[in-house]
Design a protein around this ligand. Sequence first.
Ligand SMILES: Nc1ncnc2c1ncn2[C@@H]1O[C@H](COP(=O)(O)OP(=O)(O)OP(=O)(O)O)[C@@H](O)[C@H]1O
Ligand SMILES: [Mg+2]
Length: 240
Amino acid sequence: MAEVLIEIRGVNKVFDLGKIKVHALRDMDLEIFRGEYLSIMGPSGSGKSTLFNMIGALDRPTSGTVTIAGVDLATLSSRELAFFRGKHIGYVFQTFNLLPAYSAVDNVAMPLVFNGAGEERAQARAKEILERVGLGHRLTHRPDELSGGQQQRVAIARALANEPAIVLADEPTGNLDLHTGEEIIQLLSELSRSMGVTVISATHDHKMLATSDRILWIKDGRQDRLERREDLNIRVGTVK
Ligand SMILES: Nc1ncnc2c1ncn2[C@@H]1O[C@H](COP(=O)(O)OP(=O)(O)OP(=O)(O)O)[C@@H](O)[C@H]1O
Ligand SMILES: [Mg+2]
């Protein structure tokens, strides 16, 4: 039986800009299962990043609740939220967001040290996970000495370093060519399966959907439809 890891109930997000209010999410209801790979699709401005920020405990909804592993995020103080994020959630961004002055291994070791691992342990673990994402031969390279795809692999290694339950990837392939993008999605999907991590990824690219277990389509801040991969394959098959 699939276990619900994340529960989103009646979530609305309104950005109040004084004269105008932007209703970025409307009545979102969603359950996300432990270990699944969920893609979020929708046009620019449809609310994907806003939804990510709610799930990733980076921002709070205007109304409604987000519950992760039984914890209602609204009950946590900002300090507790920061701790919760560090322990349970890894983030991957379109622009990689690596620290430019640090080597690959130091970028990955950093969140481990923040979470209390000793320097030596953190370095050993960082090396291990970089090897796992295929970068064992680039440990001491700085971000500007790596290709875009390699930088994104470092970011994925960093996101997974603390063995989070959830990895949130917002347009992880947006700055990569098609082939490299496919490799990155494949890597995320493999890691999701082998490590049991729940991956939630936003993408504009329909070709990236084949690895997802489910796809949530959003439009104007609302759930448009929710599909399982099996159903999608049939549709893509008939379109071709
Ligand atoms: N901090 C903010 N203040 C005001 N409005 C915001 C803020 N963040 C997002 N919005 C608005 O909320 C809506 C949803 O934005 P969001 O960034 O979630 O879209 P998105 O689906 O991620 O788009 P993209 O594909 O371009 O990244 C947009 O209309 C946007 O202008
Ligand atoms: Mg976005």
